[in-house]
Design a protein around this ligand. Sequence first.
Ligand SMILES: Nc1nc2c(c(=O)[nH]1)N[C@H]1C(S)=C(S)[C@@H](COP(=O)(O)O)O[C@H]1N2
Ligand SMILES: [Mo]
Length: 454
Amino acid sequence: MIYPRRTILRLLSAAALPVLGRGQPKPGMVVRCPRPENVEMPLDGFSTWITPVDRFFVRSHHYTPAVGLQDWRLEVAGLVGQPLTLSMEELRRFPRVELTGVLECAGNGRGLFEPSMPGMQWKYGAVGNARWAGVRLADVLRKAGVKPGAVEVLFDGADVPVGTMPEFRRSIPMKKALEANTLLAYDMNNAPLTPSHGFPLRLIAPGWAGDSWVKWLTRIEVLDREYDGFFMKTAYRHPGRPVVPGTPVKPEEMHPVAAMRVKSVIGGPLHGARLGAGAMRVHGAAWSGESPVTLVEVSTDGGRTFRPAVLGRDRAPFAWRLWETTWSPSRPGYYTLMARARDASGDVQPLVQEWNPSGYLWNVVQQVGIEVTPELAAGKVVPPGEQKEGRLPAPPASFRRACLVCHDHEVVEQQRLTPAQWERDIDKMIRWGAQVKDSDRAEILKYLGDNFGP
Ligand SMILES: Nc1nc2c(c(=O)[nH]1)N[C@H]1C(S)=C(S)[C@@H](COP(=O)(O)O)O[C@H]1N2
Ligand SMILES: [Mo]
């Protein structure tokens, strides 16, 4: 196969631009892929109300662009009376608004779905709670003067697609765009956004999953119709009803992922831990979409009984809530801990995870198995052992040539796909510009199928 011309140009221009493919390294994070940067917060992150920037997950489809404020402008265009071109200085003249809120990737938990599907295999930590500051999108739109007939606002960032992948462009309906809490943020935790998190400007869509929180904003366009680009029409769609696990659903039968779902995560003890007898703290964080968490209940007997946990004092409408309870196991044994959150709308976490084709919005009640043993002194905790990974055979040169040009190996290692799923995935990669020679295809598929199965 010949490289499409567009791909060559893209790869060349990507190489020439000061693009930070890997972002700033964040020590102690679970690296799902160094390039493009995708890192996950470990479970200990569910112990602090505000997630520090260096512990905050990163999800980037493309390489991190290096944007300089000097030439940066925000364009406001489309169905408006007065198109705008704003510098950061001009933008900062709008009233400053602060908001503490949860940012969670729609795909958080994908790595837990059975049957599995391709994509970043996030477990629990593609989520964080930060202080955002910026200006109201509504204020900027008011200045531009939205004309009648506006349906959606479309957002575009400075990231350049990898290969022939589509641009990451996302839209939100007018109603969400005009809400007082929808922000164009320049600060995260009281400092300018870092490159990984969208410097100099990103969208904050509180209560909605991360795919709407477009980073590196350069252009906002008011549309008189629903946007039909790839990341709205094909990706980030959910059936919104239970479907037979493992079966395809047509994109037109799904709708765009919007609000997050009510969810709690147990930050400790950790699954697989061994503990001595005595009182222990069971704790974590809980959040929902657009209505706040009102209750977290904890079970220590595999879901037979639940009792309310104590909710942390720190709270804000779109933030997560820390929770904890103290528990003294009456005798040694194996225990299954569970936490179940409820929100103000009455929504509650399910006991069974309904499946969807792309693995979005995982929010089933988590189960944490621990062993209480007389071999350990009261209060002593032995964390779960490091998972021993089998050694991988060296990837064939054909695979390195075709695949590792655009992304690192880590993103492949975490997949759990059948040979048929790998076939489809390689076809997608070819559509996205991968150069796979016909003579190499079988060898690549064998390497993938032999090593990264379900
Ligand atoms: N321009 C652009 N914006 C983007 C993305 C992207 O790839 N490009 N990823 C989105 C997704 S899927 C998520 S979950 C969040 C992640 O934000 P973070 O990296 O700051 O945690 O950014 C969103 N904004
Ligand atoms: Mo995401």
